[in-house]
Unconditional design. Structure first.
Length: 465
């Protein structure tokens, strides 16, 4: 039965967002709040309670606008909830920004599965779920011994809402080292450590997990409030473009991360040194991906300068004077191996806020260009999310990728809109159609970006050791 209203619970690293969509996928209402991170001990962690409280408070209001028939959790794929026999957290949910002890990382490297099996490099911080579990198991053995069920972050919210534990394959397949990509099963590491026996049963994003527990029905609801298993956030965005029927394309899902999905690339040729990996899409298929932390990198270069201050003349001045921002301003992986934490600006320094903002856009375009090369992108490129609003970034990327065509999506909240599609699916072959308007992006005239890129690459290699 087609849902009248769909509530998406989008649990982001920075913000938690609740959005209500009607039966045609149009957004009707929205509520946002800051996601809560705890410093520890025992490590930096995520607090689920504020998001659950906001949902309980907001649900009746949304239901009065339109009966909420479906609730879809959506979250990043770099956190796990470890439940004891009573369904309580045996250990806090680890934040992927937690810094593992060096000894833990060294020990994990010795047991990590090969890239050719999991198609996921060992990422910095606690981004890799295999490393998270090893750290928790090794450093907190008594607490870990109480673990009876492991489920991804998004499905933890489905569990809290319904009492049923499932694990989404889009989350487990989001660069975790817990999945054997080619065999479509648990990785050798998961089996050897016995983690596979703790993982909750896998479920597709569109599976109905259950209905709301009484504690979340603080008033009478008109809708059915059926809770879906949910979907990995970037995969939700990707799903929206699959629903648009684009065929072959390369998607840039942008925000805190710039994550690239390419529909045509052969994932078996990916290079782990360039932060390439696979994701598992809503249909259970591996997709070649690459990424870097574009949102944090551009913020480090802008240093508070507003993006609106930048002009094409500012960017042309930077290119003409040979001002370069060299990678990388975070140590979170990316397409330029060996540069983590070595980011710097060389040549004549930016003179104005506009030039500083333009330099951030130009740098991110260069890094995205390298990430696109890393997956062998040859299809049309679609820029989605906040970077699509950065005109200089879009135009610079178009200049770097010619003759590939670059398009910009005007739709916002792509993750939530894609997640809402899940409520309209009952199987793998009934993806609803969704119209997506794309605007072509023109490259900067009279700016030789390919020559600038050649010099940028040469200068970057001097700092990669």
């Amino acid at each position: 039965m087609r849902p009248r209203g769909t509530l998406v619970l989008d649990i982001g690293s920075t913000n938690t967002k609740l959005m209500l969509f009607d039966g045609d996928g149009r957004p009707l209402r929205e509520r946002r709040a800051e996601s809560r991170h705890l410093a520890g001990p025992p490590y930096r962690s995520l607090d689920p309670e504020p998001a659950l409280a906001i949902l309980a408070e907001t649900l009746p209001e949304f239901d009065r606008t339109l009966p909420v028939d479906a609730i879809v959790p959506c979250a990043h794929g770099s956190a796990l909830a470890l439940l004891d026999g009573a369904g309580e957290l045996a250990l806090p949910v680890m934040d992927y920004l937690a810094e593992p002890p060096p000894g833990i990382v060294d020990a994990y490297r010795r047991i990590a599965p090969p890239f050719s099996e999991v198609f996921c490099p060992l990422n910095p911080m606690a981004l890799t779920l295999g490393l998270q579990l090893f750290w928790q198991e090794t450093a907190f053995p008594e607490a870990f011994a109480q673990v009876r069920t492991i489920l991804p972050w998004g499905q933890y919210f489905a569990f809290r809402l319904t009492g049923r534990a499932v694990a989404g394959y889009t989350e487990l397949g989001a660069q975790t080292q817990l999945v054997d990509v080619t065999a479509n099963g648990c990785s050798s590491l998961s089996r050897e450590r016995g983690w596979d026996r703790l993982l909750a049963p896998q479920a597709p994003p569109f599976e109905t997990v259950g209905t709301l527990k009484p504690e979340f029905r603080i008033s009478q609801l008109s809708g059915r409030a059926e809770v879906k298993a949910g979907i990995h956030d970037s995969n939700a965005n990707y799903l929206r473009y699959l629903a648009a029927g684009l065929g072959s394309f390369t998607l840039l899902s942008t925000g805190t991360w710039i994550i690239i999905f390419d529909t045509r690339s052969d994932f078996r040729h990916l290079d782990p040194a360039r932060d390439t990996a696979t994701n598992i899409d809503a249909f259970g298929r591996p997709v070649a991906c690459s990424r870097f932390m574009g949102g944090h990198e551009i913020a480090a270069i802008e240093a508070g300068a507003p993006q609106a201050a930048a002009t094409s003349a500012d960017l042309a001045n930077l290119v003409r004077r040979r001002t370069f921002a060299l990678p990388s301003f975070t140590d979170s992986g990316g397409p330029m191996p060996g540069t983590g934490g070595k980011g710097r600006i060389i040549g004549p320094q930016p003179r104005t806020a506009g030039e500083r903002a333009a330099l951030g856009a130009l740098y991110c375009a260069l890094m995205t260009d390298q990430s696109l090369d890393a997956v062998g992108s040859e299809s049309e490129i679609v820029i989605d999310g906040p970077f699509g609003e950065n005109a200089l970034f879009c135009a610079a990327l178009a200049g770097l990728r010619a003759p590939q065509r670059v398009f910009r999506s005007d739709l916002r909240d792509g993750t939530a809109a894609g997640a809402a599609l899940v409520a309209h699916m009952s199987g793998k072959h009934d993806l609803p159609r969704l119209k997506v308007d794309l605007a072509p992006v023109d490259a900067f005239p009279d700016v030789d970006l390919p020559a600038y890129r050649t010099e940028w690459l040469s200068r970057s290699s001097d700092f990669s050791c």
